[in-house]
Design a protein around this ligand. Structure first.
Ligand SMILES: [Zn+2]
Length: 502
């Protein structure tokens, strides 16, 4: 069971309670009793036990908290710094190692900024796929303490890569070593990466903090040696840990694999990672046979619709994945390529994006999007049966939406208005592990005004660093774009853009 954040009991009284299996349009009214961080009862007319705090939810909708199944907290300070741009150019501007070691104050502030926005938007669990740079345990501690301070549930993964491999390199004519190093840094021994991750797991234990658990996060198959992937697969088996990895996010990645006659899924299979614990992030350029392989392995896909578009990666084959029976979780991805941690928008895009490839009605409706954002996300991060629905025995991770806010007036359908109308403005209260972390539309765990003031102190210096990096890297843009165009000369038999034919 996920540990409780609080032992105090609460009775959320008189709200409409969203039930995935009930009337998703006009949910019935019920009371929710929370004890020891867990939902104890959900039924109408619960008498308040002694010592319980009663929360009036009349005129409100209580919904399960969202799981943000893909996020990287290392580049929060880059929010709003870039227009849309192709992935490889974006990577040039955002690589964590290009920014050097950050101060612990900045690391704390950036972690809190992300956590604060998520909680305000009803996200109760996040999968942080963190590049810890430099790889020092003090940074891990700073990040985990900030998350504990905010009160959000975290499935924490330390990004692992040992190869200084540049995704697009196989498509670039000549890549002088000096340029390669500027783009990707230097290779590290697989053992060093594995020892750091296993060492942190050992040092901090199964639950580094009451609401924090581990996941494993190899950056991408092409950026890791077989030794590193096999080592992570062994850790996953031994501890039953979910694995997240970026696969076929962009056309250049798929084209590079094709020209080298490799399959990124085969690499994962050979390492022992192709199983139900695997969550493949993005998957925009999966082929039909890749989709069949994933379905057979019962692996999931984490869909990041906003970053897929902002980085011009294309539209993921959501309908094909769904038809193949592959479960889809939702992520918001980095601030540098998606700007906001908002699952309402991700759900909306999940439902709407299939329209660009098919005019037919499709089964990806609002209720299904809500399942993706809650139950599937929970399964992805290892919380199946423990979070994602408002049922007795589940963690009390939930949000209370005020139905007098514009998105819900008039109130015709909970599911459709959560997915198609709401963007976070109606989130009045949020509980994580039974602890109220948002009340009356404000965070109670973090002083948001003070946090904004700290961010304002740090951001001018950070902006200068980002601008200096952009200046230093300007000469690399033309060769990268050339490589990106070369990807179009490689036939893949996959279309992920309208009107862009092979
Ligand atoms: Zn990512």
């Amino acid at each position: 069971m996920p540990a409780a954040a609080e032992s105090k009991s609460y009775l959320i009284r008189g709200g409409r309670v969203y039930d995935h299996d009930g009337d998703v349009h006009q949910p019935a009214q019920a009371d929710i009793l929370i004890e020891n961080g867990v939902i104890a009862r959900v039924e109408p007319g619960i008498a308040a036990p002694a010592g319980v705090e009663v929360i009036d939810a009349g005129g409100r909708l209580v919904a399960p908290g969202f799981v943000n199944a893909h996020y990287h907290s290392h580049d929060v300070m880059l929010k709003g710094m870039f227009e849309e741009m192709p992935f490889d150019i974006w990577a040039l501007h955002t690589n964590a190692s290009s920014y050097g070691a950050r101060s612990h104050r900045e690391v704390r502030v950036r972690t809190l900024i992300g956590a604060a926005e998520m909680l305000r938007n009803g996200i109760t669990t996040v999968q942080d796929f963190l590049t810890v740079y430099p790889a020092e345990e003090a940074y891990v501690d700073t990040v985990l303490s900030a998350y504990e301070e905010a009160g959000i549930r975290v499935a924490f993964g330390i990004a692992a890569r040992d190869r200084a491999a540049l995704d697009i390199a196989p498509l670039m004519k000549e890549l002088p070593e000096a340029i390669r190093q500027r783009l990707v840094g230097t290779s590290r021994p697989a053992k060093e990466e594995l020892d750091f991750i296993a060492g942190q797991m050992k040092r901090l234990g199964k639950n580094p903090k009451p609401l924090i658990t581990w996941v494993l996060t190899p950056s991408a198959p092409q950026r890791c040696s077989p030794e590193l992937l096999e080592g992570l697969a062994a850790l996953s088996r031994e501890h039953g840990l979910p694995v997240f990895t970026h696969v076929y996010e962009t056309r250049p990645q798929a084209a590079a694999a094709r020209v080298q006659s490799v399959s990124l899924l085969d690499i994962l299979s050979r390492a022992g990672l192709m199983n139900e614990r695997l969550n493949l992030v993005h998957g925009v350029w999966l082929s039909a046979s890749d989709i069949a392989t994933l379905a057979e392995a019962k692996a999931r896909v984490v869909h990041n619709p906003i970053s897929n578009l902002k980085l011009k990666s294309g539209a993921a084959p959501i309908l094909d994945l769904h038809r193949a029976g592959i479960e889809i979780a939702l992520g918001c991805d980095n601030y540098s390529c998606a700007e906001t941690q908002n699952i309402f928008i991700a759900m909306r895009m999940l439902c709407l994006l299939p329209a660009i490839t098919s005019p037919e009605p499709h089964p990806i409706n609002a209720a299904m999007a809500l399942r993706a954002a809650t139950l599937t996300g929970a399964k992805a991060v290892g919380l199946e049966g423990k979070a994602g629905a408002l049922k007795p025995g589940m963690a009390a991770d939930l949000m209370i939406l005020n139905l007098n806010e514009p998105a819900f007036v008039p109130f015709n359908s909970a599911a459709r208005q959560i997915v198609f109308s709401e963007a976070g403005g109606a989130v009045e209260a949020v509980f994580v592990g039974g602890r109220p972390v948002v009340r009356d539309f404000r965070l109670v765990t973090v002083d948001e005004t003070a946090l904004a003031a700290e961010a304002a102190e740090l951001s001018p210096g950070f902006r200068l660093e980002a601008e200096a990096l952009a200046k230093r890297s300007a000469d690399l843009i033309a060769p990268l774009l050339e490589g990106s165009r070369a990807a179009w000369k490689v036939k893949l038999g996959i279309e992920r853009y309208i009107g862009a034919k092979e």
